[in-house]
Design a protein around this ligand. Structure first.
Ligand SMILES: [Zn+2]
Length: 72
């Protein structure tokens, strides 16, 4: 089970199993904590080993940006 936290800016983080902090090191504040069905999109969480769906929006977006700058 993946539990995620969405912060005010729309970034969805992934909580570690202990539910104390997210993979990217954010403390889990119960008042801010939101369980969301949205896919996690925090690159820091992903780099820290958070379970991410294959073809997550981050890598797709990064690839898109890369190809745009190459073409330009
Ligand atoms: Zn994160």
């Amino acid at each position: 089970m993946n539990v995620r936290q969405a912060d005010g800016s729309g970034v969805v983080h992934v909580a570690k199993p202990q539910m104390k902090e997210t993979y990217c090191g954010r403390a889990v504040d119960e008042e801010e904590w939101v369980i969301t069905s949205k896919e996690a999109n925090c690159t820091a969480c992903a780099r820290s080993g958070a379970p991410m769906p294959q073809g997550a929006t981050i890598s797709a977006a990064d690839r898109g940006r890369a190809s745009v700058s190459t073409e330009a």
